[in-house]
Design a protein around this ligand. Sequence first.
Ligand SMILES: *Cc1c(COP(=O)(O)O)cnc(C)c1O
Length: 400
Amino acid sequence: MSQFFERLTAEQKQALAKIPTPYYLLDERAIIDNLIITDKLCQASGAKALLALKCFATWGVFDAMKPYLHGTTSSSLKEVRLGKECFGGETHAYSVAYSEHEIDEVLEYADKIIFNSFNQLARFGKKAAAKNIPVGLRLNPQTSNSSFIIADPARPFSRLGEHDVDAIMAVADSISGVMIHNNCENADFEAFSQSLADIEGRFGKLFHRLEWISFGGGIHFIDPDYPLEKFSNRLKEFSDKYGVQIYLEPGEASVHQGAVLVTSVLDTLHNGKPLAVVDASIEAHMLDLLIYRQSSPLAYVNDTAYDIKGGDFDGVTADETAVRIYGKSCLAGDIFGDYTLNKPLQIGDKVAFGNAAAYTMVKKNWFNGVDMPSIVIIRQSGEVIVQRQFDYDDYKNSLS
Ligand SMILES: *Cc1c(COP(=O)(O)O)cnc(C)c1O
């Protein structure tokens, strides 16, 4: 995470010092670092990569991302429209359930449409086929690489996709592809490969009849230790064996460490250990920390880079001298994390939390009426721009 800070030039730091906190600070160059790996993987394997908009939809940086990806995938009408309007390339449409009144508009934007269930396929598949839009079905392989039950598509009684091979074979003529999403931040290639082998064992005869297969997101192939060549070979072998185009749908991997949330310390207290309160909130601005009960990685404090990784919700250290940084909402557990710093935090200090691009801006909310962080972008050219600021009217208009 310290890399994010170390890339900032003195000029950029000066420009940033004038911008009021809180703000999400995106660095296009950090995002492109991930996308260069993605592009290399696609070139070597023949796979195509689509940005999963549910993870990241800050369209102000799409121009910088477009050259490296083949398009977007979506989970709703609004996302598929955004993908078509702001990203271009291939626009995949998927939703857990489309409603009758939105399907026509979805089909205006979609290059492919993936239905979640037999019912949805039966209700809307013919409409899509009549418009020559390739139709797919989501498979649920009933196994996954996800360590969180809340994010496990293969959890018991899951609604995410169809699992019955014989029933799926019975509709095989009405689909040209399938989507399988059963990984979550999976950095273990062998686990991916093994679970793919299991899936092939079960669905192989279907795969021979298809033209394309999407493996979804959640594969952490941008990790410096990930065996990219093995992964690429595995994808290539697979697509050769079945004669299919493979798609990947990286969300987190596309924007990993692409942004930080910059905040200011508003107050300090002491209660068994030093405490600090900053002008943002995990519940409102980095909600996944709360959902997954984790603490945030720390990127920098004032002019010092840190590389403190996030840990369990109760803090990365039990150290009594470690400062606990809280958000300013009134939620008692609004905790960014516990951090051992080289000097005590003071009111006015600037504290930035890392990995603030994925599943943050798409989930932000107005809880407690806390100020919505602005969106600040460092362009590829190095220019710092304030893309968007939010005010009282945005808050008010979201409520009535
Ligand atoms: C969430 C999701 C993704 C993106 O997952 P990441 O973990 O962010 O890579 C891709 N495809 C589908 C179907 C998803 O639900």
